[in-house]
Design a protein. Structure first.
Length: 186
């Protein structure tokens, strides 16, 4: 069995293949013979990114399972964390992860932040947890990003100049996925 990859974008809408680094990472990983499939799709309910819509979509349409690396950015990172509370996955890679609704009505409406996080379940359902966070993120408090790293035991790639990771390329992420592919083959 080969590894699968699902890229879960942040909320906002628009074509995910043209947003941030998503399409670039998809193309880079698509060419890897060690990967069974790479999934990147325009998500249903893209603005609010409701947990009640996204998690069933991740399971039923994206087929996230114990062979899958979920790469979640922003709201996609919240979705990856909540998904891992109840589903076994090979790994989650969290980019710009946070733990509260940040006082924002749309974030509150998403449903991810209305109950405690099940950190032990997340850890027991993932063989690997990796996180990217930047202290200069204009949207997320640094202490929330640090809390995610501490509570999940993630390998934390902390930076001070990447903002909300909205660049068009993300070579550091490709390197992490390559390492996970090597571990998966063992």
């Amino acid at each position: 069995m080969k590894m699968k990859i699902a890229i879960i974008p942040g909320n906002g809408g628009g074509d995910v293949f043209r947003a941030n680094w998503y399409g670039w990472v998809y193309k880079k990983l698509q060419d890897n013979a060690e990967v069974q499939e790479v999934r990147l799709e325009n998500m249903p309910d893209p603005v609010v990114a409701r947990e009640s819509v996204w998690l069933p979509y991740m399971e039923g349409e994206l087929n996230c399972d114990k062979h899958t690396v979920i790469i979640g950015h922003s709201s996609g990172a919240a979705a990856a964390l909540r998904y891992a509370e109840t589903h076994k996955v090979y790994a989650i890679i969290l980019v710009s992860a946070y733990i509260s609704d940040l006082g924002d009505e749309t974030e509150k409406e998403s449903g991810y932040f209305d109950r405690p996080w099940l950190w032990e379940k997340i850890k027991s359902n993932c063989q690997h947890i990796v996180q990217f966070g930047s202290s200069d993120d204009p949207f997320l408090p640094w202490d929330e990003q640090e809390t995610v790293a501490k509570e999940t035991g993630a390998i934390f790639h902390a930076d001070d100049s990447k903002g909300h990771y909205m660049n068009s390329v993300f070579p550091e992420l490709i390197n992490v996925v390559r390492d996970l592919i090597d571990k998966f083959k063992q």
